[in-house]
Ligand binder design. Structure first.
Ligand code: SAM
Ligand code: SF4
Length: 339
């Protein structure tokens, strides 16, 4: 049997480096009620017209097809997923798809006060809430909006609804968030949440990212250790998960680090993405996309969509190359890709 034949007969989403893709991240909107500087332009973002967004039924169909190719984990994201009406309906529909083991959602938390109980009831298993600063002025500097208290209330509402564990995602930016590291360490130790620090990646709308603005994982860990004592790596995690996880040696609290820039995890990547307007992307930094909306609305059969999905993954590059002179920032900023 030739290599080509064996690849086409493999019913998994496997790329030319042998990485098997089982994790699909779905953006349900590119709109948002914040304007984080590393994700969105301050003025006049261009949003996809509503008619061009995949409907919940179309998304459900893509997920069903993906499960026949081995996908068992889904995360709903955006833009801000909770600004799209009745996202809990979509969660409930995806949870019911045979083969799906786990459905997560990443949110800025603003609407959790209203929606956390509904999401819990819909069967959402994992909740990540993004919060980069623990004081209102720094929060506003980053998000360009005065909504800090709404996020704090949202985290409380999620805890009251029974989500556990809750992960807090904090993007770290040099010159802006150094003084947030210790307060976040304290939150991880005392607040009943796991805090994950994320290195700032070149996905901003204004192309203002510079390497010098990345607050590196190593520095974050050193600051935490000098304040709270040694951090020990947690070895039981999934090798393919992007976060390196640590526990404080005194047993109080856990933290995670997503070191996309200083320690890329491309070699173990098992993720791909569906944008709100129905494009498949095999990498956050991909420069090419596969238009599944066109296939769906053009009457394509499931097999044709599955074949397009397989081709998309097969074409995946080895890594993102942020650290090389060859790196090209994608045209779409983060809110439009889906984080
Ligand atoms: N609006 C939701 C939220 O903020 O959680 C979901 C979408 S957001 C794009 C998903 C995650 O990507 C958030 O944790 C956000 O902080 C992170 N993110 C956005 N732009 C980023 C960048 N340039 N570098 C690193 N992380 C980024
Ligand atoms: Fe909105 Fe999330 Fe982007 Fe911030 S990171 S602008 S909350 S989509």
């Amino acid at each position: 049997m030739t290599a080509e034949m064996s690849e086409s007969q493999d019913d998994r989403l496997i790329d030319s480096f042998g990485r098997v893709h089982t994790n699909l991240r779905i953006s349900v909107t590119d709109r948002c009620n914040l304007r984080c500087f590393y994700c969105m332009p301050e003025q006049d973002p261009e949003f996809v017209p509503r008619a061009e967004l995949l409907t919940f039924e179309e998304i459900e169909r893509v997920v069903r097809i993906a499960t026949t190719l081995g996908v068992d984990r889904v995360r709903i994201t955006g833009g801000e997923p909770l600004v799209r009406r009745q996202v809990d309906r979509l969660v409930a529909a995806i949870v019911r798809i045979p083969g799906i083991r786990d459905v997560g959602l990443t949110t800025n938390g603003i609407f959790l006060k209203q929606q956390a109980p509904l999401l819990r009831k819909a069967g959402l298993t994992r909740l990540n809430i993004s919060l980069d600063a623990l004081d209102a002025p720094t929060f506003q500097k980053i998000t360009r909006r005065d909504r800090f208290q709404d996020v704090v209330d949202g985290i409380r509402a999620a805890q009251d609804a029974g989500f556990d564990p809750i992960r807090i995602n904090a993007v770290s930016v040099r010159g802006l968030t150094e003084d947030q590291i210790v307060p976040f360490g304290r939150l991880a130790r005392e607040g009943g949440v796991e805090v994950r620090f994320i290195e700032f990646m070149p996905l901003d709308a204004d192309n203002a990212w510079e390497r010098s603005r990345v607050l590196f994982a190593q520095e974050i860990l050193a600051r935490l250790e000098s304040e709270f004592g040694p951090l020990d790596p947690i070895a039981d995690g999934d090798r393919r998960a992007p976060a390196s996880r640590f526990r404080f040696r005194d047993g109080r609290g856990r933290i995670g680090i997503i070191a996309s820039v200083s320690r890329p995890f491309c070699a173990d990547c098992n993720r791909f993405r569906l944008t709100a307007d129905g494009r498949l992307r095999n990498c956050l930094f991909s420069l090419e996309e596969t238009d599944v909306r066109e296939l769906i609305r053009g009457g394509a059969a499931d097999e044709q969509i599955a074949a397009a999905m397989k081709r998309c993954i097969a074409a995946k590059k080895e890594g993102h190359e942020i650290n090389s002179a060859r790196f090209i920032q994608p045209e779409r900023p983060m809110h439009s890709i889906g984080g």
